[in-house]
Design a protein around this ligand. Structure first.
Ligand code: ADP
Length: 444
C-alpha cells in the first residue's frame, strides 16, 4: 500500500510537471514569435514608437490564446484582444505591477462572471450564435511577457495569456482516478492479505488447539492416579503406627501435602485449558451471594486460624446477583486463600460484598483486603499471568504455583467485569472486582 501511494504521488507529480512545462514552452514560443512579428512590423513601417501603430491592423493570435496586450512604457494599452471582452479590466488588473524588463511566466486564477456565445440550434433564425445566461468561471491563466525593442531600445511590452484550465481539469480528473485506484487496490490488498493470513494461521491454530487438548487431556488423566495415591496414603496412615514410627509419619505427611498440591495444580490447569478451548459453559443464575460467601469464609477458617488471622465478612442481608454461582464462589476462594497466604500471623483479611448502581446498571462489587506483605506496583499487571509469582522461593513454600489469579481473571472476564489491585508494601493489598449484571434474569 505504501508503494502504491508512492507510485501515485510520483506519477501525479511527474504528469503535473510535464504538462505544465509543456504549456510553458508553448507559451514562450508563442510570445517570442509574436514579439518578433511585432518588431518586424515596426521596422517595415518605420514606426519609432508604439503610439504610431495604434489602431493598425495587426493580427496576433495563437492557438489557445486567451488574450494579448501591447502596452507602451507608460502603461497605456496600444493594441490588444481577448476571448471575452468583458474581462479586459480584470485582466489588466492582473497584469498590474509586472516588471516589464524581465521575461517571466506567471500563473494566475481569474474568477469572473460573464455570458458565453453559444452556437444556436439549427433552423432557429438568421443568427447562428446565442448568448448564454451569465455564469461564474474560474479560469487558470498562464501569462508570459516580452519586451519589444525598436533599434535596440525598449519601446513597450507584449503580454500573452493562455487558458490552461483544461490542464487543471485534467489534474483533477487524474487525482480522482488515482485516488479511486488507490482505494480499490488497497481494498484488494487488504482482502488478499486477510485471506492469506487466515490460510497461514490454519496450521498454527491447529497446533495450538492440539496443544490445548493435550493439556486438558493430560490434566484429566492425571486426576485419577492422584486420587488413588491420596486414598492409598489414607490407607497407609491407618495401617502404619505413626506414633511409634516418626519417620514414616513425616514421609506420609509430606506425601499427602505434595499429592494435594499436585491435585490442585492439575485441577487449575484443567480449568485453564478448558477455559482456553471455550468448553466451559458459563451458567447464568440469579442467586443470593451471601450464603456461598459465608461458606467460603468457613472453609478457609482453619487456614486462617492456623496463622491467627481474623476473617471479616461484610455483606448485605440478602445480596441477590446474577452470574455463575460456582465460578464466583471459586473466585472468593482464590482471593481469600491468597489473602491468608500472603498475610503474616495475626493479621486480618476482609471480604466485602455490595451491589452498586452505575449508569442505570447494577454492579456487584467484591472486595478482598488483607494486611499482608503487599505487592510491588511493577507486579500489578503481571500477577494475573499464568505461573507468575513475584517471589518464587517464598510463594512455593506457601504452596502457590501462580495460577490462582489467572483463573480469577478469567472468571471475572467471562462475567464481563473488571479486577483491580491496589497495594502498599508491608501494609496489605486490596483486590476489587466489579461485575455488571441485569436484575431481570429468571431464577434458574
Ligand atoms: P499463587 O498460587 O502463587 O498465589 P496467584 O496467581 O494466586 O498464584 O498469585 C500470583 C502472585 O501474586 C503470587 O505469587 C503473589 O506473589 C502475588 N499475590 C497474590 N495475591 C497476593 C496478596 N493478597 N498479597 C500479596 N501478594 C499476592
Amino acid at each position: 500500500m505504501l508503494f502504491l501511494v508512492l507510485f501515485i504521488v510520483v506519477v501525479y507529480s511527474l504528469l503535473y510537471t510535464v504538462i505544465l512545462k509543456d504549456q510553458e514552452r508553448e507559451l514562450e514560443e508563442m510570445a517570442a514569435q509574436e514579439a518578433r512579428i511585432f518588431e518586424s512590423y515596426l521596422v517595415q513601417n518605420n514606426y519609432r514608437s508604439l503610439q504610431g501603430i495604434q489602431n493598425q491592423e495587426l493580427v496576433l493570435a495563437g492557438v489557445d490564446q486567451f488574450f494579448y496586450y501591447v502596452v507602451n512604457p507608460k502603461g497605456e494599452l496600444i493594441m490588444g484582444d481577448e476571448k471575452v471582452p468583458e474581462l479586459r479590466q480584470d485582466l489588466f488588473t492582473l497584469l498590474g505591477g509586472w516588471d516589464p524588463q524581465r521575461k517571466e511566466i506567471r500563473q494566475e486564477t481569474l474568477h469572473a462572471t460573464y455570458s458565453e456565445w453559444r452556437p444556436k440550434a439549427k433552423g432557429k433564425g438568421m443568427d447562428d450564435e446565442l448568448r448564454s445566461p451569465p455564469q461564474h468561471h474560474e479560469i487558470q491563466l498562464m501569462i508570459a511577457s516580452r519586451p519589444i525593442f525598436y533599434k535596440g531600445q525598449l519601446i513597450g511590452m507584449l503580454y500573452i495569456g493562455k487558458d490552461i484550465s483544461f490542464a487543471y481539469q485534467l489534474f483533477k480528473l487524474l487525482l480522482i482516478i488515482l485516488a479511486g485506484l488507490a482505494i480499490l487496490f488497497s481494498g484488494v490488498a487488504l482482502y488478499m492479505s486477510h485471506l492469506m493470513s487466515k490460510k497461514a494461521m490454519v496450521p498454527i491454530t491447529r497446533a495450538f488447539t492440539r496443544q490445548r487438548e493435550f493439556v486438558a487431556d493430560a490434566s484429566h488423566e492425571l486426576r485419577t492416579p492422584l486420587s488413588v495415591m491420596l486414598s492409598s496414603i489414607d490407607a497407609m496412615e491407618m495401617t502404619v503406627d505413626t506414633e511409634e514410627d516418626d519417620f514414616s509419619r513425616k514421609l506420609l505427611v509430606n506425601m499427602r501435602n505434595e499429592v494435594k498440591r499436585m491435585t490442585k495444580l492439575v485441577s487449575d490447569l484443567l480449568t485453564l485449558a478448558r477455559s482456553d478451548s471455550g468448553t466451559i459453559e458459563r451458567v447464568n443464575e440469579t442467586f443470593d451471594f451471601r450464603p456461598p460467601a459465608q461458606k467460603a469464609i468457613q472453609s478457609v477458617e482453619p487456614l486462617a486460624a492456623a496463622k491467627q488471622i481474623k476473617l471479616h465478612l461484610s455483606a448485605p442481608e440478602a445480596m441477590v446477583v446474577n452470574g455463575d454461582p460456582e465460578r464466583l464462589t471459586q473466585l472468593l476462594y482464590i482471593l481469600l486463600d491468597n489473602g491468608i497466604k500472603y498475610t503474616p500471623n495475626g493479621g486480618d483479611v476482609y471480604l466485602a460484598l455490595s451491589v452498586e448502581s452505575y449508569e442505570h446498571r447494577l454492579v456487584m462489587c467484591i472486595q478482598v483486603k488483607d494486611t499482608g506483605i503487599g505487592i510491588k506496583p511493577e507486579d500489578y499487571a503481571r500477577i494475573f499471568d499464568r505461573f507468575y509469582r513475584s517471589d518464587k522461593a517464598r510463594t512455593r513454600k506457601m504452596g502457590g504455583h501462580g495460577l490462582g489469579l489467572s483463573i480469577a481473571k478469567w472468571i471475572v472476564e467471562t462475567h464481563g467485569g473488571t479486577i483491580q489491585v491496589s497495594s502498599e508494601i508491608g501494609k496489605g493489598s486490596t483486590f476489587t472486582i466489579r461485575i455488571p449484571f441485569s436484575s431481570n434474569t429468571k431464577k434458574a
